[in-house]
Design a protein around this ligand. Structure first.
Ligand SMILES: C=CC1=C(C)c2cc3[nH]c(cc4nc(cc5[nH]c(cc1n2)c(C)c5CCC(=O)O)C(CCC(=O)O)=C4C)c(C)c3C=C
Ligand code: FES
Ligand SMILES: [Fe+2]
Length: 400
């Protein structure tokens, strides 16, 4: 992280916009692939069912008894309700559009920050929506890629999110997972001869912190200067089941660290809390829940609240539907003057941050020969999955 700090402040200080974009990769040298990994979301309503089906089949996210049989049933039952939510936010998730835009903004900056690994090209690998991990690997194969970075787009690490995406990448790249053979068609298996490394977390990167802070400052402009410092900043992150936290998952710690760093950058001028949203099912999840916290704050006489989504880098159903639509309405009914900080979306400060993170990582791999972070090597104390160990060993060995 220390090298990040130095190079980030340099890049924040003003890397000028590069002239090369994605088009610059058509030369002879294959691009260094920057694979932006995330969960994805259905871009259109007809994709909702397949999105949920993949999600409920993922035992790293939701381990279910008889998963193969139960998952299709839950996905089918949940589809109409979730379709309505996506319909209410314009007919689909904007995550693919934002991820592509962020990748496009990152590449010229990265070409400039790390010329010896240029040209770079951004790829997208989603866990539950197109383009899937396997689609992304097809693209890498077509481009003749020899060096690839698996770059999680979740700033804070959880085995249910980043861990799941890394597991999926390892399965497809090694050929453990393969497409079913249809007819005489030749099936490509795995991805030979690629040197892989992983960026698994970046929860306290100064560029990320700066991007969040600027969006919060912009949201606070909504309030009169005389009352601005009384606004409660309510940082909201997707919750986790207590069973995952008790297994030793680092997500809660890392989200908390992001919040502390953002508050320090803001000069600790406002009161704040970290709360948790979007729990599903009847089991115990991390709390307090965002909507209960809003009700509690109203009961205690708080009149102004700024909601800050802190664990995702673009808009999605939980900001646009849950925060804006549901909780925003509820809060107004409770008499709270509520605003929401914009998600990182098209923030140029954010684009510079991810370029800096990628550049610092490429440099570190070259200098140390370490392909993944020290922290990524440690399994959760309660982990019982063999595949976590195999995936970590595979990345630590450069994808060999
Ligand atoms: C950092 C973000 C997220 C964590 C951690 C996370 C954990 C987690 N999620 C579920 C179950 C579901 N999540 C669903 C949707 C969903 N989840 C996140 C983010 C995190 N999830 C996002 C951004 C989305 C929406 C995608 C979009 O809008 O584009 C869903 C599907 C919706 C629904 O049916 O309610 C489920 C289910 C678990 C069990 C879990 C931790 C173990
Ligand atoms: S569940 Fe965390 S390392 Fe396996
Ligand atoms: Fe989720």
């Amino acid at each position: 992280m220390s090298s990040c700090l130095a190079s980030c402040s340099r890049s924040l200080a003003g890397v000028s916009k590069g002239k090369r974009g994605m088009a610059s990769v058509v030369g002879k040298k294959p691009p260094t692939a920057i694979v932006m990994m995330n969960m994805g979301g259905p871009s259109t309503l007809p994709e909702v069912h397949d999105f949920l089906s993949r999600l409920f089949h993922d035992s790293d996210l939701i381990p279910l008894p008889f998963q193969k049989w139960i998952a299709p049933y839950i996905a089918r039952r949940r589809t109409p309700q979730i379709e309505k939510q996506y319909a209410a936010i314009g007919g689909g998730s904007p995550i693919l559009r934002w991820t592509r835009q962020q990748g496009q903004a990152m590449i010229p900056l990265l070409d400039e920050l790390s010329p010896h690994t240029a040209p770079h090209k951004a790829y997208v690998a989603f866990r539950y929506a197109r383009p899937y991990t396997e689609d992304c690997l097809d693209e890498l194969r077509r481009d003749g890629v020899k060096r690839a970075v698996a770059f999680t787009q979740y700033p804070q690490y959880s085995c249910s999110t980043t861990g799941s995406s890394l597991n999926e990448m390892w399965r497809w790249a090694t050929g453990i997972r393969r497409r079913p053979k249809t007819g005489e068609e030749e099936i490509k298996v795995g991805l030979e001869g690629v040197e892989w490394s992983a960026i698994d977390r970046w929860f306290s990167h100064p560029g990320l912190v700066e991007a969040f802070a600027r969006n919060i400052e912009a949201a606070l402009e909504h309030y009169e200067p005389s009352v601005r410092s009384s606004v409660v900043l309510l940082f909201s992150a997707h919750s986790l089941p207590m069973s995952v936290i008790n297994r030793g998952d680092p997500y809660v710690l890392e989200v908390s660290s992001t919040v502390s760093a953002v508050m320090a950058r803001l000069g600790n001028k406002n009161p704040y809390r970290l709360v948790w949203q979007s729990q599903v099912g009847p089991s115990a999840w991390m709390g307090p829940q965002t909507n209960a916290a809003l009700k509690g704050l109203a009961r205690l006489g708080e009149k102004r609240v700024c909601l800050v989504p802190i664990a995702f880098t673009s808009d999605h159903i939980e900001t646009l539907f849950e925060l804006d639509h549901e909780y925003g309405k509820e809060a107004k009914e409770l008499g709270i003057d509520i605003t929401r900080a914009e998600s990182l979306n098209g923030s140029p400060v954010f684009a510079r941050a991810i370029a800096d993170i990628a550049a610092a990582h490429l440099k570190e791999v070259k200098e140390t020969g370490r392909y993944s972070s020290v922290q990524m090597g440690l399994r959760c104390p309660g982990c019982t999955f063999d595949h976590c160990a195999k995936q970590k060993a595979w990345f630590a060995n450069g994808g060999r």
